[in-house]
Each structure stands twice: as C-alpha cells, then as structure tokens.
Design a protein around this ligand. Structure first.
Ligand code: PMP
Length: 395
C-alpha cells in the first residue's frame, strides 16, 4: 500500500489511517502486556491495569464515570448491545428509528420484531432532517426505545439529538444515538446530555479497527442485559476477552482529539478546525463543476463530509462506483455512498429516504476528510474529478 503522503485519501467516513502514536502504542502493548486481563497472576494484573487506565481516559474524554464505558468490538456491537440489551428487560413496545439509520440499527429493529416489538420510522425531509412536528406522535406510548443517528454517514446531516434526548428523558423513553461519525469532530460532555446510550467505533477517529465503546447513562447500568453469554467481562454485560492493546490504542486516539463540541442554548456547536476549513474550501471548488450538487443539509452537517450527486455537464447521471474506481487510478480515494452498503448493491436507502430522483440514486459520491490532511491540491482534485466525470459520460 502506498504511503499516506503519496495519496489523497478522502474516505474518513469509511475508515481512517491510525495515528502513528496509536500504532506504536498498540505494538508496545501487544509485545509487553499480552496477558489476559482476567488472569489473577501479576501479568494479568498489569494488563488489567492498562485496560482500566484506558477506560478511565475514555471516561474522562466524555466526563463520565469509568463504569459508564463498555468496551466493545465497535459501533455495530455497541448499538446491538444497547438496544437489544435494554429491550430484553422490557415487555414489547415500539421502537422509533429514523429512515436514515446505519444498517446495524435497522437489523436490531428486525431482530426485535421477532420478539413482538414494532418499529416505526421517523421520516426525514429532503435534506435528511427528521420531521420535528412528529415528535409528540412518535414519542407517545407504546414507544419505549428511540434510536437516531447523530451524524449521518452517507449525507452528513446532523440530527437535533439533544432536543430528542431531552424529550425522551421527560417521557422515560430510552434514547440511543449512533455517534460513530461524530467523535472525530470533537469530544463533548456526555453528562450534559440526556442520552441513555451512545455508540462509537475507534477506527473512525484514527484508532484501531475492531474496537469501540458504548457510553451508558448511570440510570441504565443495571437495566441492560447481556446479549451474549460467556465469561462475564465488562461488568457482566459484554463477555469475551478484552483486547488490551486495542482498548489502549482507542484511548490514545481519543487523546489526540483536542477540540470540543459545545452545547450552547440547546444548540450543538461544532468547532471550526483545519479539517472543516479544508472541507468547506474543497466543497466550494467542487460545486463549480457543472452537474455536481450537494446532498444532505447545507449547514447542519458533519463538518468533514461532502456528499454529492454527480452528473456530467450534459446532465448524464454518472455511476458513483465507476467514478470511485476511476479516481483511485489518479491516487484520489473517495466513496460512493457508505462503505457498508457499497459492496452489496448499487442502491442507497438513505438517498431514497431523502427522495433523490430514482435516475440519480446510483450517482452518489462521498468525500470525507480527516486530520492527516494538512493541505489539499484543490485544482488537481477538481480537475481530476471533472475529467473523470466526462470520461465516464462518454462510455
Ligand atoms: N454507524 C455508523 C454511522 C457508521 O458509519 C458505521 C461504520 N460505517 C457503523 C455504525 C459501524 O461501525 P463498525 O463497522 O466499526 O461497527
């Protein structure tokens, strides 16, 4: 694989290159502290100490207690554990999810259906924002669980999760959010939010793959049941030997995030960073290309994500998948929609939910930036995208 310096990697929302420091630290732990953290001997105790120090660092990053942090294999598992684990302690009711959730949430809805739960989708407008006018109707009985994606991974739209969390709290409804794409944009004070559970994956913020966390509100610590049996690790809620090195790498990656998302007058204020500045300049260059338009919300969006519908200058819809392959020949690495669906089929339920014309549904392109980028050759990127579009239009 080519060095990061020699390529233009713009696919942060799929995964990020781990920080050099993360790589070094993970290797160090694998070499020196590979013992099982549940072993009673001295080696095990040392490994446990590193694991618990990592948990403490994660807890500090979000101003929660260490016992509110469960270490999992990633956001998919965290979301399954939160929603299925809490549903397991209730009689069946209704689950509300938005119509732009990640497949991991949709699959929980399918599993809960087998246990007598119903699911209702919270519709979104054509910029991907949930329809707030439906709040009273959707948060009435029999609703017991709500899960909304904070920052949408394909179109970038940010949901007003703090408002929904407050409303759920008033109504004693469990509120889960998938924050996988948000953490890289800044840390925040979880204790200021009325969120019951929050999922994340380390590889989206330059940590290792295969590790993530679930943050739980204190009130729910005793109310979640495990969804897999075994050795009872992670306070009995997530069995399986923990990876000390990956948990440590995740904590190190969080420590590299030096900016914060603030909550001011009920508004989430995302910090303006080097990455968001590069993203907005790149977007303004790209929107000068005839045939390209932005999807998702124009302002209320992940500051590092550009989501586009791409047509040629003569208005021919361009296959996002073909464009991704063509651009990679020129050292530019982007994505057509989300990585989770791009291997499976050409369609996108997210673009359908925001009512993108059927003819354009395969013309999505996602460009997402991260902190490894210190500068961008805007002309090279814009010219290469423009030329590639016209080349594909001729095929
Ligand atoms: N939620 C969102 C919003 C995501 O973007 C992803 C990863 N594409 C996931 C959940 C799942 O993350 P993981 O595969 O690391 O479990």
């Amino acid at each position: 694989m080519r060095s990061l310096k020699d390529i233009i990697y713009l696919d942060a929302s799929s995964t990020c290159p781990p920080h050099e420091k993360v790589i070094r630290e993970v290797l160090k732990i694998e070499r020196n502290h590979w013992a099982n953290p549940s072993s009673l001997h001295a080696l095990g105790i040392q490994a446990l100490d590193i694991l618990e120090r990592s948990r403490n660092l994660i807890a500090k990053s979000f101003n929660v207690l260490p016992e509110q942090v469960l270490i999992t294999s990633g956001a998919t598992e965290s979301s399954n554990l939160a929603l299925q684990g809490y549903a397991g302690s209730l009689s069946p009711g209704r689950l509300i999810i938005s119509s732009v959730e990640h497949p991991s949430i949709q699959s929980v809805a399918n599993s809960l259906k087998k246990n007598g739960w119903t699911t209702q989708h919270w519709p979104v407008d054509n910029q991907g924002l949930i329809d707030i006018d439906l709040l009273d109707e959707l948060l009435s009985p029999p609703t017991k669980l709500v899960s909304l994606i904070w920052g949408q991974n394909e179109i970038g739209t940010l949901q007003p999760i703090n408002i929904i969390a407050n409303e759920c709290k008033k109504r004693k409804i469990f509120f889960h959010t998938d924050a996988t794409q948000v953490i890289s944009q800044g840390l925040f004070d979880f204790s200021q939010l009325e969120i019951s559970a929050l999922s994340a994956s380390a590889h989206k913020f330059r940590g290792p793959k295969g590790i993530g966390f679930l943050l739980l509100d204190k009130q729910y610590l005793e109310l979640i049941s495990p969804i897999q049996g075994g050795g009872g690790q992670e306070y009995g809620l997530r069995s399986g030997t923990q990876s000390v090195s990956l948990a440590h790498g995740m904590a190190i990656a969080l420590q590299q995030i030096s900016f914060h998302i603030d909550i001011i007058n009920n508004q989430m204020k995302f910090p303006f960073t080097k990455t968001s500045s590069l993203t907005s300049t790149l977007l303004s260059h790209l929107l000068n290309i005839k045939g390209i338009s932005l999807t998702g919300h124009p302002e209320n969006r992940l500051p590092n994500l550009i989501s586009l519908i791409v047509c040629s200058k003569n208005n021919i819809p361009i296959s996002g998948r073909m464009l991704v392959r063509e651009l990679s020949n020129y050292g530019i690495f982007v994505s057509s929609g989300s990585a989770c669906s791009s291997l499976k089929n050409n369609s996108s339920s997210v673009l359908e939910a925001i009512k993108i014309d059927k003819k354009l549904i395969q013309s999505g392109l996602r460009i997402s930036l991260g902190t490894w980028l210190t500068d961008l050759d805007y002309d090279y990127i814009t010219n290469t995208i423009s030329k590639s579009i016209e080349k594909i239009a001729l095929t």
